[in-house]
Design a protein. Structure first.
Length: 73
């Protein structure tokens, strides 16, 4: 898990699907940025470069991920 200490707008979010456990916490925190695959339930990133307005939700999603599969740079 990576969390920069500064606000972002042009930041980039990524997910390691091989680490994902399908808990769905990311989708609950930031549904405009994350989804779960219909076949295996693993994370899908909908917006690799989320807007500044989504920064709090994305940071919460990264923090809430039980497997540490999400990275924010």
């Amino acid at each position: 898990m990576t969390l920069p200490g500064q606000a972002f707008g042009a930041g980039r979010v990524s997910a390691e699907r091989d680490r994902c456990v399908g808990a769905g916490q990311c989708v609950l925190a930031a549904p405009a940025v994350f989804d779960q695959d219909e076949d295996d339930g693993l994370v899908r990133v909908l917006a690799e470069r989320p807007s500044a307005a989504q920064s709090d939700a994305v940071r919460e999603a990264v923090r809430a991920c039980p497997s540490g599969a999400l990275t924010l740079r």
